[in-house]
Design a protein around this ligand. Structure first.
Ligand code: ADP
Ligand code: MG
Length: 240
């Protein structure tokens, strides 16, 4: 379960103080998918960075599967991120000069998974995204769609409790983007992870269990679509 409780994030000081997130609260039940929507500059990436432990909240609490991220020191945060979080960005963020193996093995390394256990885990993750045969190819030589599949393999290799995706199809053509989304949902279901996707795509948002709309750093509303195949879930009350 993901609990975001009265989270505020400000940047800068004095006259330059800017409130990017303003008293944001919501809850995402375990294994559920949520879309975060909102115009450019509304605070979506800021929220995802806080959830991913890439930046600190100014106030409030962010509780991921029982662990309050705002209470973790640097090292504990790095460890938590490597164990519990998978991140996919719009800009792929793979290490171009490293091989696919090296890219996917990185979270295992951080997690201190013994060397000999890494290769089978990397192979399995690459197989999930249909990149097994590229294991020794440098990431820089992959196409955009392949790079994003590689990023997905890296995001899931540790079987994280929470997958975060920031406009994961933003730099892809629509057919490739759809493939990435289908993979993302498939892996999310297989692992029972929660998934949070930042997206501009209303159709994609409608495929998630819940939608969170942000405007100027504040939650506008959260909604649940008329679900066709999901069981109906009760979304806990949300602070507006
Ligand atoms: P979105 O992802 O919804 O487009 P962001 O979360 O990236 O929005 O940004 C929200 C607001 O916070 C924007 O106005 C942006 O300029 C501002 N912002 C983001 N990061 C910083 C930063 N490091 N320093 C100052 N302002 C920032
Ligand atoms: Mg953004």
């Amino acid at each position: 379960m993901i609990e975001v409780v009265h989270v505020t994030k400000t940047y800068g000081k004095g006259q330059n103080l800017f409130t990017a997130l303003d008293d944001v609260s919501f809850t995402i039940p375990e294994g559920k998918t949520a879309a975060i929507m909102g115009k450019s500059g509304s605070g979506k990436s800021t929220l995802l960075h806080l959830l991913g432990g890439l930046d600190h909240a100014t106030s409030g609490n962010i509780i991921v599967n029982g662990q309050d991220l705002t209470k973790l020191k640097r090292k504990a945060m790095d460890r938590f991120r490597a164990q519990e979080l998978g991140f996919v960005f719009q800009s792929f963020f793979v290490e171009a000069v490293q091989t696919c193996y090296q890219n996917v093995a990185l979270p295992l390394e951080i997690n201190e998974v013994p060397y000999k256990q890494r290769r089978p885990l990397v192979r399995r993750a690459l197989k999930e995204v249909d990149l097994e045969e590229k294991i020794n190819v440098k990431a820089g030589n992959l196409s955009g769609g392949q790079k994003q599949r590689l990023a997905l393999a890296r995001a899931i290799v540790n079987k994280p409790g929470l997958l975060l995706a920031d406009e994961p199809t933003g730099n892809l053509d629509s057919a490739t983007g759809e493939l990435i989304i289908q993979l993302l949902f498939k892996l999310q279901r297989q692992q029972g992870s929660a998934l949070i996707i930042v997206t501009h795509d209303a159709d994609l948002a409608a495929r998630c269990d819940m939608q969170i709309n942000i405007k100027d750093g504040r939650i506008q509303n959260t909604a649940q679509p008329q679900l066709r195949w999901h069981k109906k879930t009760v979304i806990p009350a949300v602070q507006a």
